[in-house]
Design a binder for this molecule. Structure first.
Ligand SMILES: Cc1ncc(COP(=O)(O)O)c(C=O)c1O
Length: 377
């Protein structure tokens, strides 16, 4: 029988979850079972509460799969089969992924790339949206998990609404929803996408879009991919309370528990507070060890941090990673293209004592590798 050691995941995902969230999965339920239908209803309703939007204006549509499936579903659903034009504002890997989604589907996209270590530049966005081109969808990533940059989605949304009133404004808030405040109203967001196993700390297996219902209904017939049609998924959920195809039942049970725990532990404020503390401990501890961050101090993100590889001949990332993993601490490779970095996440079921322990392990591993601290990074 395969067996796995419990490890702490300081990654962008999959992330650690509480034992009680995992235990909530220990039931086989039928997709038509009234308890399961109620579970789906509870999740859809509670997601709107977390987003602080009304059920008259918005609807939460869960979909099987990882986060990318829901991003792909939103882009495909909001893009008419004729005349779609998607503007992608990108400063990292997840913005680039949106561009791949469009090219895969044959959807015309204008891909505007910005430096990976800076927030998206608003004056450039203004010039783009002010022009004569009418976009059908404008997409941006909120917390670019590939670097840690948090983009100004409110200011971008205001420009979108002012100059492109008919475009759907899509925000990939995969790694921020539930832990970084997002006011969907003042940000003018039409579609917000996130997934079960991010800041709400469920287990992986489904993602969701919080959609402006009127806009969603106007998209009927757009989607080129049967299984990703969010309008169809929405209509079916409304009519029957059920997914169209086999739902991730165990994952949904876990997510219901995760939402209950989220609310009990102080909701957005509680989650943001814990992650901010995690980030502060990490930032101070890594600085004491001599590591340098990719982003300068003007960045206030507290989801994930990118660190430059130390410029020391004895530093080898794969050894560093493996030795930390042997101590049950899992970090992550970098994902920016122009610098050698690794990443450490603060999200998931991680607490200040976990961050302190990670720092002790990092110090130990550096010593084992023959690197003196503080590093001369
Ligand atoms: C901002 C962002 N978008 C999209 C994704 C893709 O999600 P998944 O890997 O669950 O498909 C991620 C994953 O971490 C992410 O952080």
């Amino acid at each position: 029988m395969a067996s796995y050691k419990e490890k702490k995941l300081f990654t962008p995902g999959p992330l650690c979850c509480s034992r009680s969230v995992k235990e909530a999965m220990l039931h086989d339920v039928g997709s038509r079972d009234v308890n399961f239908v109620n579970c789906v209803r509870y999740i859809r309703k509670t997601l709107l509460e977390v987003a602080q939007v009304s059920a008259e204006e918005f609807t939460a549509v869960p979909l099987q799969g990882s986060g990318t499936y829901s991003v792909e579903a939103v882009i495909n659903t909001t893009s008419p089969r004729q005349g779609a034009k998607v503007l992608i504002l990108s400063n990292g890997a997840y913005g680039r992924r949106m561009n791949s989604i469009c090219s895969w589907a044959g959807i015309e996209a204008i891909f505007q790339e910005f430096p990976e270590d800076k927030k998206i530049d608003l004056s450039a966005v203004e010039s783009l949206v002010k022009g004569s081109v009418q976009y059908t969808t404008i997409c941006v990533v909120h917390s670019e998990t590939s670097s840690g940059v948090v983009n100004p989605i409110r200011e971008i949304g205001q420009l979108v609404r002012q100059f492109q009133p008919n475009a759907a404004y899509v925000v990939d808030a995969m790694s921020s929803f539930g832990a970084v405040p997002i006011d969907m109203k003042t940000c003018h967001i039409d579609y917000l996408v996130s997934s079960a196993n991010k800041c709400l700390e469920g287990v992986p297996g489904f993602a969701y879009a919080i959609c402006r219902t009127q806009h969603l209904l106007s998209c009927k017939g757009n989607c080129r991919v049967y299984s990703l049609d969010l309008v169809d998924q929405y209509l079916n959920l409304e009519a029957t309370g059920q997914f169209r195809f086999t739902p991730p039942t165990h994952t949904m049970l876990a997510f219901q528990r995760a939402l209950e725990e989220y609310q009990k532990s102080g909701g957005l404020e509680g989650r943001a507070g814990r992650y901010r503390t995690n980030r502060r401990i990490l930032k101070e501890g890594m600085k004491d060890l001599g590591f340098k961050e990719l982003l300068d101090d003007s960045h206030e993100g507290y989801i994930i941090t990118s660190y430059f590889f130390p410029k020391h001949p004895k530093f080898c990332f794969s050894t560093f990673y493996s030795k930390l993993s042997e101590l049950d601490q899992v970090i992550y490779p970098g994902k920016v293209t122009k610098a050698d970095c690794f990443r450490i996440g603060n999200i998931g079921y991680l607490f200040p004592e976990d961050m302190e322990h990670l720092l002790k392990c990092v110090r130990q591993v550096l010593g084992d590798m023959g690197l003196q601290v503080p590093l001369d990074a």
